[in-house]
Design a protein around this ligand. Structure first.
Ligand code: CA
Length: 713
């Protein structure tokens, strides 16, 4: 006989799977829980499954092994850790981490598996400086370890020394709110000292409906690092608070550029503290996007002017948010709770091995993230960590939205709980993510995927259908989309215009409400829009490529849902054909402000469309029933063309009927339009709300590869 796997399914029951049916003699089993022997009370055999009922409870502070004749197997705790019994016994809903006051600081850490935990207090934030810490033994109550130290500890650093399963680990507090250089020690600070002047009076720009948002994704570093950005604090949080910066050629850059463009939400690529192995805060010459979390509740140090000084990164990040808010721009954080940097060396594993990560019945780590350690968000203390973290950023830093990296790895209950706690705040907070179905060890029915969007009604999903039907597959570089001239996608585009909320033969609705659809054609991943079109259409002229870029995001900005733009797309950003630039150089990733001058017409076009969208609620319907009533498509029109009306004052628009035409043909087409006195506000060259020309005939000429918008009263 071979034991295929052995698991505790509750504190007193072991389930064995063996390779053959056989007659067992329960007296021959020996179960060792550390030094202690556990005795079998009863057992049950069903084919190759053997259930052993124990006389007493297992002690999870010790590993457990089962021996049978000459075989031995480790008994896995993963199933037990996911059980309700475990939750009932150990879940604790209290404030974790270091809670500072002038008179004392309280430290709380959860680990039912630990056999002891010491608090280490240091004077230095850098582990490379030799120092013997002050050591304090923490007290356990049912898995929760705590200690209260008297006196004012402000300015000191701390770590925990955790003894768990015969390992002695020194770890940073996962709840640390401030850290020393490279995030290797927690820092004890008074958060009040980190508030810029008037920060408590800071208020987020108003957001009436989620569909009012125009999201713009950017990296702190990319926005200002270009030599001629005209920005002093290059690559830093403070680089985004510099007012009215321009390049040598006089184009506005940085913050002023965002204001000019008219976006409402700036989505920042990772700004939590990411691994020092990706970017050494002491010498941040290397480039990395930072999708490798190290300290979830602390801003990244390399974007601050002094990463050695724990308050600095917090103060400067808050300053940046405050300044963006003053300029009417909300801030969305890209959060990566699906995995953590480093598989086994990470703090969660060192505090409580086997709890924070999904494993199979043999204890192998789940790898849906591609990083080999998917967080077990469904376990209640892991869920609490994620929920606490999101709420902390929203409350302490005034963050206005969260974009979940690989949201499909997180379970539905966790995402909905996050939605609930954010809804209790007095302002509207965006919540959306990548609902891809990843191969993580969670039943499909529990994953926060697009397929399950109906179970996540107030949460948005990146819409890969609109992305791929406009530009072509992100996986096949040469593949074309509607805009680059691939025929047969007209119906898909129509489906997407309605935010995929309405059936459009043969496509079945994906989303329950328009704001669930995050409409985009490009983001940090994959080729930039310009590069994609250039690769897929090698014969296209520069003018044609520009026209494709304008039409592509023209569709995004006129479709129902929430539009999302990748920084630099408004002046045809290129990354030299590199599809994954996560650790490429600044030269590849930076926003090249000289390009803005070169593609000023494209920038102006995007700006005009954003302004049109913001002024006209017809493009921002909030309910499916409105889309059903007000959106109608024109029929009998040429191939590679989609045309629709937003009719009868859709969503209380001031314009009675709006006619939108997408022509993806290279040549101009004639289109029969409903009778009336039509005002053209968008054509191939110009966009906005001013009337360019009027049309009274039933026929209109639409230029090749272009977007037209007309209205009539
Ligand atoms: Ca870091």
């Amino acid at each position: 006989m071979l034991i295929i796997n052995a698991s505790f399914i509750n504190f007193t029951t072991i389930l064995l799977t063996v390779n053959e049916n056989f007659q067992i003699n329960s007296n021959n089993f020996i179960i060792k829980n550390g030094e202690i022997t556990l005795f079998i009370d009863n057992y049950d055999v069903q084919q190759n499954k053997i259930t052993l009922y124990l006389k007493g409870e297992v002690n999870i502070k010790k590993e457990c092994y089962i021996f049978y004749e000459n075989i031995c197997a480790k008994i896995d705790y993963g199933y037990l850790f996911s059980s309700e019994e475990f939750h009932d016994k150990y879940f604790v809903d209290c404030q974790m981490g270091a809670v500072y006051s002038k008179d004392h600081t309280t430290f709380m850490l959860w680990s039912p598996a630990a056999s002891f935990i010491n608090l280490f207090i240091y004077e230095n934030g850098d582990p490379l400086i030799p120092e013997i810490p002050q050591k304090y033994r923490m007290i356990e109550y049912n898995g929760l370890w705590s200690i209260r130290l008297k006196g004012n500890l402000k300015g000191y650093y701390y770590t925990y020394q955790v003894k768990v399963y015969n390992q002695l680990n020194e770890v940073v507090d996962p709840y640390a709110k401030a850290v020393g250089i490279n995030g290797l020690r927690g820092a004890i600070i008074d958060l009040k000292d980190t508030n810029p002047k008037d920060f408590l009076c800071d208020s987020s720009p108003a957001l009436n409906n989620f569909t009012d948002a125009v999201i713009y994704e950017a990296s702190i570093r990319d926005l200002s690092i270009y030599p001629d950005s005209g920005i002093k604090h290059k690559g830093k949080y403070l680089g985004l608070v510099e007012n009215q910066t321009t390049s040598n050629k006089g184009v506005s850059t940085g913050l002023q550029h965002l204001i000019d463009l008219g976006i409402t939400h700036l989505q920042l690529m990772p700004v939590f503290d990411f691994s020092y192995k990706s970017i050494d805060e002491k010498n941040p010459y290397k480039y990395n996007w930072g999708y490798d979390p190290q300290n979830y509740n602390v801003p990244e140090g390399s974007y601050s002017t002094d990463p050695y000084f724990p308050k600095c990164r917090i103060y400067e990040f808050k300053r940046m948010i405050q300044e963006l808010h003053k300029k009417n721009i909300s801030v969305v954080m890209d959060v990566v709770y699906n995995h953590i940097y480093h598989k086994t060396e990470n703090i969660f594993h060192k505090i409580f091995p086997g709890y924070y990560f999904r494993t199979d019945e043999n204890g192998n780590l789940s790898d849906g993230s591609g990083c080999g350690n998917d967080l077990a968000s469904e376990r209640s203390m892991c869920r609490k960590f994620i929920v606490d973290s999101v709420l902390y950023w929203a409350q302490e830093y005034h963050i206005d939205g969260f974009r979940f990296d690989l949201m499909g790895i997180i379970d539905i209950s966790t995402m909905n709980m996050i939605r609930d706690v954010l809804d209790r705040l007095p302002r509207k907070i965006l919540l959306y993510g990548e609902g891809w179905n990843m191969n993580t060890l969670l039943p499909d029915s529990l994953k926060s995927t697009i397929e399950n969007a109906y179970k996540l009604p107030q949460i948005g999903h990146f819409n890969d259908i609109i992305r791929d039907s406009i530009r072509g597959s992100v996986f096949i570089a040469e593949d074309r989309g509607f805009v680059s001239g691939k025929e047969g996608l007209e119906n898909l585009i129509k489906f997407c215009v309605g935010g995929c909320t309405i059936d459009c033969e043969p496509y079945i609705r994906k989303f329950q409400i328009p704001h669930q659809s995050i409409n985009y054609v490009s983001a940090h991943d994959n080729h930039t829009l310009w590069d994609k079109f250039q690769i897929a259409c090698p014969d296209a002229s520069a003018e044609e490529l520009k026209a494709m870029c304008k039409l592509a995001n023209g569709i995004i900005l006129t479709s129902q849902g929430i539009p999302f733009l990748h920084s630099g797309c408004e002046f045809c950003r290129t990354k030299d054909g590199i599809s994954n630039s996560y650790n490429s150089t600044d030269a590849v990733n930076r926003i090249d402000w000289s390009r803005k001058l070169k593609f000023m017409d494209v920038f102006q076009y995007y700006k005009g469309l954003i302004s049109l969208r913001k002024k006209h609620p017809a493009f921002r319907m909030t309910e499916v029933i409105q889309i059903q009533r007000h959106l109608v498509f024109l029929s009998d029109i040429p191939k590679l063309t989609v045309a629709f009306m937003l009719k009868d004052y859709a969503n209380m628009d001031t314009w009675k009927d709006i006619l939108v035409i997408y022509n993806a043909n290279k040549y101009s087409i004639k289109l029969y339009i409903p009778e009336g006195h039509w005002n053209i506000v968008v054509n191939s060259n110009s966009s906005g709300t001013d009337v360019i020309e009027t049309v009274d005939s039933r026929e209109i000429n639409v230029t090749g590869i272009s977007l037209y918008i007309l209205y009539r009263d």
